[in-house]
Design a protein around this ligand. Structure first.
Ligand SMILES: NC(=O)c1ccc[n+]([C@@H]2O[C@H](COP(=O)([O-])OP(=O)(O)OC[C@H]3O[C@@H](n4cnc5c(N)ncnc54)[C@H](O)[C@@H]3O)[C@@H](O)[C@H]2O)c1
Length: 298
C-alpha cells in the first residue's frame, strides 16, 4: 500500500515509517522538521520519499497525498508548557493543519488515522478512562486535540477517520524529547537526581513505542469505521515510582528532588484499553520496568 505519514520525522512517526517499510509498504513522509529530525529516519531515508513541507501548505500537501491509500496524520506541536506561550501557532498547526489533511482525505476518499491524545480528557472522574468519558482538556495543547477530534467527527461523514488517543508514549529515541522520561534519563546520565514537579503522586499510563506503532497500523488495516480509541498500557505508574525505577536500574546512590507542580498537568491518567483490544486485536507487550532496566544493562 502507499501511505503518507505527516510528522514522520518525529518520535512516533519515524518508528511508524520504519515498521511500514518492513511490512513492504511504500511511505511518503511530510514533515517541516520544526521539532522532528531527518536523522530520526537514518537508514530508511533512501527508501522513502521525504517532503520538507508544512501541513499548513494545502497545495503541496494535496499534491503529495493524492494517489495514496492511507494517511497517518501525526504532525503536531506537542509541548504542553509551550502551548501556553504559543497558542496561535498551536491552533494553526494542530487544528488548521489537521483540517487541511481531512479536506484532502475527503476529496480523494482516503482513510485517515490521526494522533489525538489522552489530554482531551483532562482531569477525568473515572480512571481507567473509557472513550465515552466527557472530554474536558485543561491546557491549550489538549484543547487543540479536542478541536481536531471535533473536525474528525465532521469529516467522518465523508471518509473513515480514526483518532487514536495516545497516552504517554516512551522508547529509546525519545531520550532527546521534552517529556518526563527524557528529563529523568538525561539527569541520570549527568549523575544528577531526577527532578519531580509536585509531590510525585501524579499517575501516568506509559505505553511503549512499538506497542503504539502496532496499534496505529492495526487501526489503518482493520475495518473499524470512524471512531476514537485509547492507546495506553492500561496500567499506571506514579512519577515518584518512575524516578525510583531510573535510580534503581542506573545504580546511582541518589534521591529524587521535588519542585513546584507545573501548570496544565492532570493528576491521574490511565486508559481503559478494552476497545483497542476488541477493535484492533491488539495488546500492549512491553513493560515500563523492563524497558528502564534494559537502558542500563550493558
Ligand atoms: N509522544 C506522546 O506521548 C504522545 C501522546 C499523545 C499524543 N501524541 C501525538 O502523537 C503525534 C506524534 O507525537 P510525537 O511524540 O512523535 O511528537 P514529535 O514532536 O516527535 O513529532 C511531531 C512531528 O510533527 C512535525 N511537525 C510539527 N509541526 C509541523 C507542521 N506545521 N508541518 C509539518 N510537520 C510538522 C515535527 O517536526 C515532528 O517531526 C502528535 O500529534 C502528538 O500530539 C503523542
Amino acid at each position: 500500500m502507499n501511505y503518507v505519514i505527516t510528522g514522520g520525522a518525529g518520535f512516533i512517526g519515524s518508528h511508524l515509517a520504519k515498521s511500514l517499510l518492513e511490512k513492504g509498504h511504500s511511505v511518503k513522509v511530510i514533515d517541516n522538521l520544526s521539532t522532528g529530525k531527518k536523522s530520526n529516519l537514518d537508514g530508511i531515508l533512501e527508501k522513502i520519499s521525504f517532503h520538507d513541507v508544512d501541513v499548513l501548505d494545502y497545495q503541496s500537501l494535496e499534491k503529495i497525498i493524492q494517489g495514496s491509500q492511507g494517511i497517518f496524520h501525526l504532525a503536531a506541536l506537542t509541548s504542553v508548557p509551550e502551548s501556553y506561550l504559543k497558542q496561535k501557532e498551536y491552533n494553526d498547526v494542530n487544528v488548521k493543519g489537521t483540517e487541511n489533511v481531512f479536506q484532502i482525505a475527503k476529496k480523494f476518499h482516503i482513510k485517515t488515522v490521526f494522533a489525538s491524545s489522552s489530554s482531551v480528557y483532562g482531569n477525568t472522574k473515572n480512571i481507567p478512562t473509557t472513550e465515552s468519558e466527557k472530554r474536558d482538556p485543561i491546557n491549550p495543547y489538549g484543547i487543540t486535540k479536542l478541536q481536531a477530534e471535533d473536525l474528525a467527527v465532521r469529516y467522518s461523514e465523508h471518509c473513515d477517520v480514526v483518532g487514536l488517543r495516545y497516552y504517554n508514549v516512551y522508547g529509546q529515541d525519545m531520550i532527546t524529547g521534552t517529556g518526563v522520561i527524557t528529563q529523568f534519563y538525561q539527569n541520570i546520565q549527568r549523575q544528577k537526581p531526577p527532578v519531580i514537579d509536585g509531590d510525585g503522586g501524579q499517575l501516568r499510563d506509559f505505553v511503549h513505542i512499538q506497542d503504539v506503532v502496532r496499534a496505529t497500523i492495526s487501526a489503518m488495516e482493520k475495518n473499524t469505521g470512524s471512531t476514537f480509541i485509547n492507546i495506553g498500557s492500561g496500567t499506571v505508574t506514579s512519577i515518584l515510582q518512575l524516578a525510583n525505577l531510573f535510580i534503581k536500574y542506573s545504580g546511582l546512590d541518589i534521591k529524587p528532588v521535588f519542585t513546584n507542580e507545573k501548570e496544565g498537568n492532570v493528576r491521574a491518567s490511565q486508559a481503559n484499553i478494552s476497545l483497542a483490544k476488541r477493535l484492533l486485536g491488539w495488546q500492549p507487550q512491553t513493560k515500563l520496568k523492563d524497558w528502564v532496566e534494559s537502558l542500563y544493562k550493558s
